[in-house]
Design a protein around this ligand. Sequence first.
Ligand SMILES: Nc1ncnc2c1ncn2[C@@H]1O[C@H](COP(=O)(O)OP(=O)(O)OP(=O)(O)O)[C@@H](O)[C@H]1O
Ligand SMILES: [Mg+2]
Length: 384
Amino acid sequence: MSESTPFTVLMVDDDADTRQNLRDILELDGYQVDVAATAAEALARDHWAEYGVVILDRKLPDGTAEDLLPHIRRLAPDAAVMIVTGFADLQAAIAAFRLGAADYILKPINPDELRTRLRRIAEHRRDRESLREKTRELRATTQQLWQAARLAGVGELAASIAHELNNPLGTVSLRVEAMLAKTPPEDPRRRSLEIVEQEVERMARLVGNLLQFSRAGVNQVSTVDVCEEIRRTLELVEYHLRKHQIRVEPDFAPGVPMIYADRQQLRQVLLNLSTNATDAMPNGGRLIPRVRSGELAAGQPAVVIEVEDTGTGIPLELLPRVTEPFFTTKPEGKGTGLGLAICRRIVQQHQRTIEVQSRLGEGTTIRITLPVRPDTNVAGLHVG
Ligand SMILES: Nc1ncnc2c1ncn2[C@@H]1O[C@H](COP(=O)(O)OP(=O)(O)OP(=O)(O)O)[C@@H](O)[C@H]1O
Ligand SMILES: [Mg+2]
């Protein structure tokens, strides 16, 4: 434990020699010391918040410790008050505990005794601080969990709206089809109807996508075309990307094999990554989804997926933390810090890792390598 716990001690004592002696001793131990000779002088101080300990002579020319204590509690609620008392006054000093004194020490003051007691007070302060810190952390985590639960609620709501939209969309689509069938090619209304048909199709696709995303998370492994999944995911956020002037430049190598994976989970990973990339480019930029064939360390065939952006990048010291649950640099209400944590968990379920590369001010690339066929049988993937 440190001998020089840095907090300011206020000593209130009418005896000039005591003040000077104790001040010298405590300053040698590394404490900041302030002194006052009377209750009035002490109360007139204007930096009470700095005092960690007040050493208070029980009998001052203008009052007793019992008189002064309520004022001290008000001025410095966190300061520990130590009453200095003669043996004859011990009962009165003990009474001072009822008014919030933390400790007492007998006159004449033994410097070693004083040191021990100050150290104890310092320890208490540290414990209290760390308890406060933990309480703060707990409060923040609870807040984030609420946020996550709320987001899940919003997801459910979006799913139910998507569900509701499905039927009217079906009706519109059928009607348009019927009208188109009755409209001859040279009819000037035909072009408009065709546009309506295309747009309805687009809406149906979006709604279908949204429903797929929000379907309850039973792991279902099947053959998946990664490029197709990326296209569909980006379709879902297309409006968002356009609004933020983000150009999508897919770079898909030809002949990439299908992989065995959970389609929903893969989509969730891709959605999280593209959302992060979008957030990192508030003034526009380029989003480059890349897919190519690769190999895992053991020479096992794999598919490498990269999501590259030309955004803000991640400071080097934060890189190791970005996949921690609840780590976010986004303002409250915007990020929960779960996106990459979920990605990491999913990718690990598929038995592979996720790499993050970033250069501050230039952009970020997230790379995921997935085996074409998992090592274990399909059931192996269900074990989290
Ligand atoms: N492409 C990126 N560019 C810059 N920073 C990023 C990028 N992706 C992630 N980060 C950083 O990593 C942090 C954690 O990302 P993560 O997706 O886990 O949470 P989030 O996006 O903050 O919140 P959530 O995804 O839960 O809404 C982000 O707050 C951001 O600071
Ligand atoms: Mg995110």
